[in-house]
Design a protein around this ligand. Structure first.
Ligand SMILES: Cc1ncc(COP(=O)(O)O)c(C=O)c1O
Length: 491
């Protein structure tokens, strides 16, 4: 039952009238809803220091006006058929002549990204999806419990906007050992998306251009274009972004930022070759254009040691290095990493103060403990092994069907698969988008090429992206089997 505390009363009006108006007000504003029970006469008189007779007189007035009713052995209740909405609206319109709800003048909008399908589909082949069942929740719970049993008041308050010092230390060591990144400032963000957004806000404005590959990560594109900047598609091939085309685009003017996913190009999975990295870096240095290097899933590289990030050889401090814990933990952890120059770290930390002050301290402190006690590294080894097995298994499954053509990726969590469009192989499948749409009623979610083109007029529609890391082998095989058989794909 809702407990309603009447406001203290202090005015020259008769007390019973003041009390009646307080109750009317509460009903009009929705604090008291139709059918809600009022506190007893005794508690109202005690709370407000009124004598009972005054309270009874006030309630009798409200009963007479039709706001409340008195029910034997229950007490006073707000009447159930009161047209409260109307009375509220009438009261407002009386005051201001308001007839309808305001139409806000939105001067900016968010992105029109599709809602995330994670739980809606039995077979979710979404590309960057980690398998949350692999996460050692019990182990992590112990780290969280240790943090909660020894709370650090200084950290729980405002300040330390770049992140919890223990986590910053752990991340520094981790990046040094796993990615050879040193001598950079670390900022912990609410996922790398926050970092992408802040960097865009800091570096871009209307009239600027951002060089991106023709196919890319839609949330990054949204963050860039939200500033008013124009996205410029640079040609890409089996070695990643083409430096010649980048050069041509830079010469047209106004390119202020380059966005790359060099280790595993998103969504095609190819690794940007060393010679191309050097050529792109030289162009960027010559024209003083910063590069966002999004190293989002470097943990999962299977063939050999992954190529070192561009941030390890960055004399001009052009590289804004980003990474995330969303793949190795889960996206809801919202832990992103920036490894940047002092100037960029300062600008980002100051900008964050306007949005959110800092990230979730408990999560950061628990993660720091988990990294310190070796749990993170164990989990890393296990998931890398499991994901490699899943990649190999996915390759075997898909190879059974000649309608799918693909290169085996050296790393990552997804395969970039070409649908062979010859009608003797695929019966009546006009496009990847068509296939993805047809899959949905079957409980299968797959991403198709068009979803990664920021230029919607682009006619690219021949590939699908199949994530293999988010589900076990059995489920992957069943999902593909269902897809192929239900859609009558010849095989
Ligand atoms: C290219 C790319 N960058 C970054 C991320 C991670 O984003 P966040 O850290 O905001 O979860 C993803 C996740 O899907 C991604 O695919």
């Amino acid at each position: 039952m809702k407990v309603f505390k009447l406001q203290n009363i202090n005015s020259s009006q008769a007390k019973y009238l003041q009390l009646a108006e307080t109750v009317r007000c509460a009903i009009r504003q929705g604090q008291l809803a139709a059918g809600d029970k009022l506190p007893s006469v005794k508690s109202i008189s005690e709370d407000l220091g009124l004598n009972r007779h005054t309270v009874m007189k006030s309630l009798a007035e409200l009963v007479a006006e039709g706001w409340i009713e008195s029910i034997q052995r229950v007490g006073y209740k707000v009447v159930s058929h009161l047209p409260i909405e109307n009375s509220k609206r009438q009261a407002l319109s009386r005051v201001a002549g308001i007839r309808s709800h305001i139409d806000y003048r939105f001067v900016r909008s968010g992105s029109a990204l599709p809602s995330y399908p994670a739980n809606r589909f039995e077979y979710n082949f979404s590309g960057g999806q980690p398998d949350i069942n692999l996460f050692p929740f019990d182990e992590f719970k112990r780290c969280m419990s240790e943090v909660l049993s020894r709370p650090n008041p200084a950290q729980l308050s405002y300040g330390q906007s770049a992140g919890t010092p223990e986590l910053i230390d752990q991340v520094k060591t981790y990046l040094r050992k796993s990615r050879a990144i040193t001598e950079r400032e670390i900022v912990i963000t609410n996922g790398s998306q926050e970092a992408l957004f802040i960097v865009s806000q800091l570096l871009l404005q209307l009239g600027d251009k951002v060089a991106v590959e023709e196919l890319g990560y839609p949330p990054a594109m949204s963050a860039f274009s939200n500033t008013g900047a124009e996205l410029v598609g640079v040609k890409q091939d089996a070695q990643g972004m083409c430096p010649n085309d980048l050069d041509a685009q830079i010469l047209k003017g106004n390119i202020r930022l380059i966005y790359l996913t060099p280790l595993h190009q998103y969504p095609t999975t190819v690794t940007l070759t060393v010679s191309r990295r050097m050529a792109i870096y030289q162009l960027a240095a010559q024209h003083k254009i910063p590069i966002v290097e999004d190293d989002y899933d470097h943990e999962f590289h299977y063939r050999c040691q992954p190529l070192a990030p561009m941030a390890t050889d960055d004399p001009a401090r052009l590289i804004i290095y980003l990474s995330t814990f969303s793949k190795i933990m889960f996206p809801g952890a919202r832990i992103g990493i920036m490894a940047v120059s002092k100037a960029m770290a300062k600008a980002v930390t100051e900008y964050r103060l306007m949005i959110c002050h800092k990230s979730n301290v408990l999560m950061q402190a628990a993660l720091a403990r988990w990294m310190e006690n070796g749990g993170f590294e164990r989990h890393l080894r296990r998931t890398t092994r499991v994901n490699l097995q899943r990649r190999d298994h996915a390759v075997l499954v898909l190879k059974k069907y000649p309608c799918f053509e693909f290169d085996i990726p050296d790393g990552g969590m997804a395969l970039w698969v070409k649908l062979k469009h010859s009608t003797d192989i695929i019966q009546g499948i006009p496009s990847a988008e068509w296939l993805a749409n047809k899959c949905q009623p079957l409980g299968i979610y797959i991403q198709h090429e068009k979803q990664f083109c920021f230029n919607k007029n682009n006619d690219r529609d021949g590939f699908i992206r199949l994530g293999f890391a988010g589900m076990n082998e059995n489920k992957f095989a069943k999902g593909i089997d269902l897809l192929v058989n239900s859609l009558n794909i010849k095989h």
